[in-house]
Design a protein around this ligand. Structure first.
Ligand code: RIB
Ligand code: CA
Length: 318
């Protein structure tokens, strides 16, 4: 089985934590590093969360510190709703031991550039938070747009409303300027947005299955996800279960047949009422090259079965 070299760029976050476990569990992924981002919490907190989760799985994957604020401003405040959905610490207010590793001594954007030059087309980059790190890397080294294998990002909303405003999804809303740079740079890119992720719901029936496995990690992930499911119900996002936003991006990176897509040159609105909206760029409609694959539908049942199989077989071991 050929392994893909993969980098996750996470704002860890409950669904980022699910995506991390799912990526580690997947035998076709060689996770060479995690880059952290501000987003669901501060960059310092999301870095710590990723390090703790990697310890939980007895892995030795480096975590490279990424941006701690959006482009064009000097600071970052966690949105109150992020704390409601992910907890004050990003991982449902649960505690894990102090990490055994420190963050790696290299900026996330520099690690990404190095990895692109080392692995080229065999490298897949999966950002599931704001796109600030990727925009910084591109500014430092524009060649990466031609060299990288693929980018499969969780973010945006093409055919449905946003989840922060009518127009904007959270990861894009955090830094629309960075997202617009990424969408217009010519990267080979797949956008996995709310159009599809809101159709992938995990319920307490599934988390109960994890809890019954009885391992430390399976109980931790059941509690983590139940907090997120409760927040979805309390905030009236969905009463049935929680959306698997970030895990779906990982899944699609490995098997694009989980989704159907429309090929479209994309841009992000950076001003006005539609601030943060991801939309087709009329001025580039005739372009053949810088076209994104934008997910419009998902085989949710097949994805959920695959997600549950991988996670259940994995969590029981830790
Ligand atoms: O809009 C959903 C996205 O925003 C997910 O990636 C979630 O973790 C938050 O970052
Ligand atoms: Ca995320």
């Amino acid at each position: 089985m050929t392994e893909k070299k993969v980098i996750l760029d996470l704002d860890t976050g409950v669904d980022d934590a699910l995506a991390l476990a799912y990526a580690i569990a997947n035998p076709t992924i060689d996770l060479i590093g995690v880059i952290s981002s501000y987003g669901n919490n501060t960059q310092v907190q999301t870095t710590e969360n990723s390090l703790k989760l990697i310890d939980l799985f007895k892995e030795d994957i480096p975590v490279y510190p990424g941006a701690n604020h959006p482009s064009g401003v000097d600071d970052f405040q966690v949105m109150p709703v992020s704390k409601q959905i992910h907890g004050d610490n990003g991982i449902a207010n649960l505690t894990l031991p102090i990490p055994t590793h420190s963050p790696a001594p290299l900026a996330g954007s520099d690690f990404l550039i190095q990895a692109v030059h080392q692995y080229g087309k065999n490298l897949t980059y999966i950002p599931t938070g704001p796109l600030t790190n990727l925009a910084i890397a591109l500014k430092k080294d524009p060649e990466i747009a031609n060299l990288i294998g693929h980018i499969t990002l969780m973010g945006g909303a093409l055919t449905v409303e946003g989840n922060v405003t009518e127009a904007a999804e959270a990861n894009i809303y955090q830094d629309p300027e960075a997202a617009n740079i990424v969408f217009t740079a010519g990267f080979p890119l797949t956008m996995v947005g709310l159009d599809v992720t809101l159709r992938t719901l995990l319920t307490k029936k599934e988390t109960a299955k994890w809890r019954r496995l009885g391992s430390r990690a399976s109980k931790f992930y059941a509690d983590l996800t139940d907090f997120y499911i409760d927040a979805y119900a309390d905030l009236d996002i969905d009463k049935q279960g929680c959306a698997l936003h970030d895990p779906l991006a990982v899944s699609v990176a490995i098997d694009p047949t989980f989704i159907s897509t429309i090929s479209l040159p994309m841009k992000v609105v950076t001003k006005g009422d539609n601030y943060g909206r991801t939309i087709g760029d009329k001025s580039r409609l005739m372009n053949k090259t810088d076209v994104a694959e934008v997910a419009t539908n998902v085989d949710a049942e097949r994805f959920l079965n695959s997600f549950m199989d991988e996670m259940t077989n994995f969590l029981v071991n830790f």
